[in-house]
Write a protein that binds this ligand. Structure first.
Ligand code: C5P
Length: 230
């Protein structure tokens, strides 16, 4: 019964403007992808990591991450797809074909490189407890407005019922497979499960699981983790 983490890391990272795929951008000398994979294994719950790498960097990513796996585990690297969903689909197909006892699947963005291992362990624990799909979430600090196509406010949803969604998102392997086979489109993996009629459970996320998207996010990460031992 293996827990397998799929790591979509094939994005070009254009909003970061660093001139290289975002997953390979270093923070205090360590690439985001390396940090994300280290965090998954540090949770003590993950045996296999399947990385969807930028197509031009498959060999580089393999060399950089192969030694991170604990005894009995492995890091698998394949070429990612055009969109994040394509990368996740390819990684899922790979996991289900080469890791025969895959029972729980996590999907974790390389861009959420500083996710605390405890959050990862909490997601796995909730799936083990019987939830088909589990996502880490945070309360919404800002008021959110829904606007029309010209920017005029049409409604103000009650903030108390809104959550910001992070990764890793955790699934029973069969649940995620069914969602990806359904042909439905959604912006996150739990959204696929939800649209496919599944129930999605939430656990507390963490501010450090922020997605690094812009140069500002990178500067925040550099500052937050400046004092760490590399
Ligand atoms: O671009 P964004 O930050 O939303 O991407 C989220 C995650 O999906 C990143 O870790 C990125 O590398 C990954 N991704 C991917 N394949 C793509 C596009 C994005 O694996 N084609």
């Amino acid at each position: 019964m293996s827990v397998v983490a799929l790591v979509p890391a094939a994005g070009r990272g254009e909003r970061l403007g660093y001139g290289m795929p975002k997953a390979l951008v270093p923070v205090n000398g360590v690439p985001l992808l390396t940090r994300a994979v280290q965090g998954l294994f540090a949770s003590g719950q993950v045996q296999h990591v399947v990385i969807a790498a930028p197509p031009s960097d498959v060999d580089l990513v393999h060399t950089a991450t192969a030694s991170l796996a604990p005894a009995g585990g492995a890091v698998h690297v394949l070429s990612g797809g055009a969109e994040r969903t394509d990368s996740v689909r390819l990684a899922l197909e790979h996991a289900l074909s080469v890791i025969p006892d895959t029972s729980i699947v996590l999907v974790h963005d390389a861009a959420r490189a500083f996710t605390p291992p405890q959050v990862i362990a909490d997601v796995v624990a909730a799936v083990r407890d019987g939830h088909d799909a589990v996502i880490p979430v945070l309360p919404v600090a800002d008021t959110i407005k829904q606007v029309d196509e010209v920017g005029v406010v049409v409604s103000t949803p009650d903030r108390a019922g809104l959550r910001v969604v992070q990764t890793p998102q955790g699934f029973r392997a069969e649940t995620l497979k069914a969602a990806y086979c359904s042909g439905i489109a959604a912006t996150d993996d739990a959204g696929l499960v939800e649209k496919n009629g599944g129930k999605v459970h939430t656990v507390p996320g963490h501010a450090h699981a922020m997605k690094i998207t812009t140069p500002f996010d990178l500067a925040v990460a550099e500052a937050l983790f400046a004092g760490e031992q590399a």
